[in-house]
Design a protein around this ligand. Structure first.
Ligand SMILES: NC(=O)c1ccc[n+]([C@@H]2O[C@H](COP(=O)([O-])OP(=O)(O)OC[C@H]3O[C@@H](n4cnc5c(N)ncnc54)[C@H](OP(=O)(O)O)[C@@H]3O)[C@@H](O)[C@H]2O)c1
Length: 257
């Protein structure tokens, strides 16, 4: 197991769910954290908590990953003590809507494609050259079971996560000959703000997604990510698919109520 002490870890989507859980786990392991998201107050609250409790060194980025110029500016203007990113966790992402493709909302599609695919690509494109130059680094992309199996009305979201899977595979191939590692962590059902975002703030509908099942927690996923990045440097975990015991596929879920 390798130590994360003083390693610089950039986590996108750190203001909620899996990203926040990663921040906690990596902070506890002594990493220096660059936390990115759009909701500044959330980031500040998390930073306050982590720097008070664990004395973590933190650099915050208010960033919309869909904005390529903003991503470029954020990465290129990092202070020298923060610029040598060791681990990039491309976690920012979302689903919007659950509609038949032929009835879907163009706005929802654009948002998912721009965030889940293009945002992930922008971060990767601006961060990985530094890793190549320094001859060290690890990129972790958060995919989904949705990238392995398409479910009814999931069409475009599933398409974006299938793209993440292909992009992770491609990045690994293109980095062959370097020590840089690439991992895709692909969860099933995790209870976060994900469903609330999918249903545009309809909390009742969101709650129903997790009704009668024991879903994964954000900490469960962060734990797996932590495992992947702490293996010996010659080990690359390409892909992890994890789901709750109550789930057997994208559509097969055991509900007790
Ligand atoms: N929950 C699940 O069941 C599940 C299953 C498989 C995969 N995933 C994936 O896991 C990842 C994390 O989701 P989660 O479940 O933790 O959901 P979440 O609680 O809604 O968190 C999503 C995070 O992404 C950030 N984000 C969204 N759009 C962004 C943008 N344009 N720019 C910057 N940050 C943005 C949000 O921050 P701001 O709103 O503050 O910007 C938030 O921090 C996503 O990629 C999701 O697709 C989730």
């Amino acid at each position: 197991m390798i130590s994360l002490q003083n390693q610089i870890v950039l986590i996108t989507g750190a203001s909620s769910g899996i990203g926040t859980a990663c921040a906690r786990v990596f902070a506890a392991a002594g990493a220096k954290l660059i936390l990115a998201a759009r909701r500044w107050e959330r980031l500040q609250q998390l930073a306050d908590l982590l720097s008070k409790d664990i004395h973590t060194e933190i650099h915050l980025l208010q960033l919309d990953v869909r904005d390529r110029a903003a991503v470029e500016a954020a990465i290129s203007s990092l202070p020298p003590s923060w610029s040598d990113i060791d681990i990039l966790i491309n976690n920012a992402g979302l689903s919007r809507g659950l509609d038949k493709l032929h009835e879907g909302s163009f706005e929802d599609w654009e948002e998912m494609i721009d965030t889940n695919i293009k945002g992930l690509l922008y971060l990767t494109r601006y961060v990985v050259p530094g890793m190549v130059k320094r001859d060290r680094g690890h990129v972790v992309n958060i995919g989904s079971i949705a990238g392995h199996q398409t479910y009814p009305n999931g069409n475009v979201y599933c398409g974006t996560k299938a793209a993440v899977r292909a992009i992770s595979e491609g990045l690994k191939q293109d980095l062959l000959g370097t020590p840089i590692r690439v991992t895709s962590v692909d969860p099933g059902m995790v209870e976060t703000e994900f469903s609330e975002v999918r249903f545009h703030g309809d909390t009742e509908r969101a709650k129903k997604v997790y009704q009668g099942v024991t879903p994964l927690t954000p900490d469960d996923v962060a734990d797996v990510i932590f495992f992947c990045v702490t293996r010996s440097p010659h080990v690359n975990i390409n892909e992890v698919v994890l789901m709750p015991v109550d789930q057997a596929s994208a559509t097969l879920v055991n509900r007790r109520t």
